[in-house]
Design a protein around this ligand. Sequence first.
Ligand code: SF4
Length: 605
Amino acid sequence: MLENYGFPGGLMIGTDSHTPNAGGLGMAAIGVGGADAVDVMAGIPWELKAPKVIGVKLTGKLSGWASPKDVILKVAHILTVKGGTGAIVEYFGPGLDSVAATGMATIANMGAEIGATCSTFPYNARMAEYLRATERAGLASAADSFKEHLQPDAGAPYDSLIEINLSELEPMVNGPMTPDLGNPISKLGANAKAAGWPLPVSAGLIGSCTNSSYEDLARSASLVQQALDAGYKFPVPFNVTPGSEKVRATIARDGIAAVFEKAGATVLANACGPCIGQWNRSDVPAGTPNTIVTSYNRNFAKRNDGNAGTHAFVTSPELATALAIAGRLDFNPLTDTLPLPNGKSLKFAPPKGKELPTKGFESGEDTFQAPPADGSKQSVAVAPTSQRLQLLAPFDKWSGKDFSGLPVLIKAKGKCTTDHISMAGPWLKFRGHLENISNNMLIGAENADTGAINAVKSQLDGSVGKVPDVARSYKAAGKSWVVIGDENYGEGSSREHAALEPRYLGGRAIVVKSFARIHETNLKKQGMLPLTFVNAADYDNVTGADAVDILGLTSFAPGKNLTMRVHKAGGKGSVDIPVAHTFNEEQIMWFKAGSALNFMKANMK
Ligand code: SF4
């Protein structure tokens, strides 16, 4: 995104976390679900309730160990994972001059973790340098010619304002299990001991679309070189994921990859890799508590290696590297000296590395395959026996009646990210096969009634089964169902399978205390009803053993609440609970048509 598509002052809609990266070039680059992106490509306007604007004023100067990642880790700690919901975060102030465009991209990338619509920056000389280095000097000149319009208005008001002095910014290590639990490096050891987090670091992972710029990897390699000079290598597995082919080819040419490899690290393909769970980890048995340090943007349970015992911490690539070299979480590379097995000791000098390669970027391998000039005669042939690909069939239309007698499939407790709803890792191979990937639906969610994971009681026969299996049994019995959820339901990846799967297996409504923005829209697109408790305390008035009616659908209208009638288990009466929604007129048409795709198709005829 940053290398090819971003430009100052533009607006971009795209999928997943690499899209917000383009904020680093002064765009409003907004991450959306796949269905939203497809709609935009089909010429359908993308809608968003006018966002608030959170201002982040940066003063001082980044230097030494402090990095752009620490800015967003600090902001995430202040705002929490839902603090940016419904808001654009606008960074400004003199401190920005000490942040490279790729650093701003890191900050913008991880803005998704606080729920922000997007994060953006005023156009500055650092962006122009990056545009020139990536062969887009024309764009830099064009932006220079009207740069006064690419700045915040003087005295612009913000809905809220955060100030960070970069000269005083302490490197952060956020986690475990959530990216907003901030630990300044000087307190990390004490916090870990107090909380009982495993102190030995079992693996380090750097890169991903969040933190894989030339500068990130060069600075990290400078630390690795210090260890090599002291006759020391990584004591634990260390994986480096270049974020693009350009970066992969350039770090290979400039010997940066070789420094990592000499110290025992593995340079992986330039893909998501372990950031999305593509990590066939065999060194730590499943369930074993252990600590990993990464420079990724998310650290929810099981996200990287599928192990619920893994305590993942997100930090800068530099700190991830130093902590992996030390092999301990209670090592502070800013102050501590590391005794080495060879009798020497290592006191790290602060990391350093060039922002941009002196010899320019290598373009790497060109793997682009152009589509045929005339696509109208193309057909899509999928083998019916394929386990990886399956053609989608349209979802059924709304019957025109209120829903009644829908069993609660699961009442989920606590954090329920899209990784909990549709796990990645080994499941990704089924992304093109809705029937097969639906076997992972909600297998990571905690059952609020029992505390169990992937175990719910069927209201058909009282047996306890896996969540997708019980959902399938309801579907086979012709029963639709609902899910009850907690706060910020569906945070994390934009993963639309987290909406497709419940719809496919017979879900009708997801009723929660609050939603993450993208997931809420994804559910609407698939013809589901994302609803929120008007009174959050009503979450306690429903259990996984109850059944519900959704009333008011025959007069479904924007801004008008619906009612969820909860029929208590065992015939113990019913209670009416008001539930709110954010559907607009067109989105209500999606619901009525069965999905946004159905609606679009009907309107194309
Ligand atoms: S999985 Fe990781 S590397 Fe891939 S797009 Fe998402 S955040 Fe970026």
